[in-house]
Design a protein around this ligand. Structure first.
Ligand code: SAM
Length: 374
């Protein structure tokens, strides 16, 4: 898939600037100050999204790599991803497991099956388990708490990350007290109108943001983030995303290209591009030098070497898939989502070789976020 075919809505707003401001000084200022005034950020982002900015993009990636190396060395942290249910009560327009997708073949894993995945991951050397799923109310809050405490009791040297959507303060607190260490909840977009373009009326940006602040105040290492090139995204909505993340100060930031799913209302929308995702990864690295930034599955879905490119743009985490083979194809968030080959935790050796080839080594530790300094 080429970037040209894959330009999404953003290129339209990314007009080539006739009067080129000096972009290298702006990138240096971003690296030194970890932020830029809004108009400078807008001009830099617009330029970096333009086809002729390749040299400047390379300069940006180099700076982001250097910044990541200063905190993390040439290490890539691993997280074992267990997609334990694809039932969801929500109807997000972009998502393949939305409630309204009657073609999705639904599954949920039992506590024993989830623990079995953790055993397999632990045997492979993994020390973080990410339990992700739709908002599936068939697991009661106490079921989730029991699951977390069993995992922590069986694998006391491991971190548990939850990623199961918007829930009450009581649920988040219960799970934290059961031992959950981290929580991933992408904000998806920080722009109100854009949020409504992506979600039905019963979902609100305010509630999602409140959940993120709540998670942080409880003490979770918290992850936010967004899709790149989602329908309706513009340079201005991206500026709002960058400003929101600066304010939230998340320990983790997950971004990846939007990819359409054939059985959703966005089936005919264009996918987000590799270039835009890499530029934003690098900008986020410079704005949040110590954040954990995954090079996502979506990135490796749009290009064979996407995961490596994400690391070379300043990412420092990958999340190999630990879900049982029998359900992997059912957690289909978007068309052609990769889940086998080097995406599978069982092929960590291949992953290690691929990272070695670009000068990185896999770190098998828990990979906690360093204390946050902005
Ligand atoms: N239900 C939880 C939640 O809402 O946070 C976690 C599961 S949800 C499927 C995980 C993430 O998948 C979402 O935050 C979204 O950014 C991403 N996602 C869903 N559909 C996608 C698509 N079509 N392309 C790229 N990413 C997608």
């Amino acid at each position: 898939m080429t970037d040209e075919k894959n330009q999404g809505t953003l290129w339209a707003s990314a007009k080539t600037s006739e009067l080129s401001p000096p972009y290298h000084p702006l990138i240096r200022e971003l690296a030194a100050e970890k932020n830029l005034p809004e108009d400078s950020m807008k001009s830099l982002l617009t330029h970096l999204f333009s086809p002729e900015a390749e040299k400047d993009r390379q300069f940006l990636y180099e700076n982001a790599r250097k910044t990541a190396n200063e905190t993390f060395g040439n290490k890539v942290y691993l997280r074992g991803l267990i997609e334990f249910t694809n039932y969801c009560r929500n109807d997000c327009y972009y998502c393949g497991i939305r409630a309204g997708n009657k073609k999705a073949s639904r599954y949920r894993l039992t506590r024993e099956e989830i623990l079995e995945c953790c055993h397999e991951g632990h045997d492979l050397g993994l020390h973080t388990f990410v339990l992700q799923g739709g908002e599936d109310m068939a697991y009661s809050p106490q079921d989730v708490a029991d699951l977390v405490s069993s995992i922590k009791a069986t694998f006391p040297d491991c971190a548990v990350t939850l990623s199961i959507g918007e829930r009450s303060h009581e649920d988040y607190l219960l799970w934290y007290e059961a031992g959950a260490d981290r929580y991933l909840l992408r904000h998806e977009t920080a722009d109100e109108a854009h949020y409504h373009r992506l979600h039905p009326k019963n979902l609100s940006l305010k509630h999602r943001m409140d959940c993120l602040y709540d998670l942080k105040s409880i003490g979770y290492q918290t992850g936010a983030g967004f899709m790149v090139g989602s329908p309706g995204q513009t340079i201005d909505t991206l500026l709002e995303d960058l400003a929101f993340l600066k304010k939230l100060k998340p320990e983790m930031i997950g971004i990846g290209p939007f990819i359409p799913h054939k059985d959703t209302p966005f089936a005919r929308e264009a996918a987000g591009s590799m270039t835009q995702t890499l530029v934003l990864l690098s900008i986020l690295r410079l704005m949040h030098p110590k954040a954990l930034l995954p090079s996502t599955t979506a990135l490796s879905t749009i290009a064979e070497n996407g995961r490596e490119l994400g690391i070379l743009a300043g990412g420092n985490v990958v999340m190999p898939n630990l879900s049982p083979g029998s359900v992997r194809k059912k957690y289909m968030l978007y068309n052609n989502k990769r889940s086998d080959g080097s995406e599978a935790a069982q092929h960590i050796d291949e992953l290690a070789r691929r990272f070695e080839a670009i000068g990185y080594t896999i770190d098998f530790g828990r990979g906690d976020a360093p204390s946050h300094t902005l």
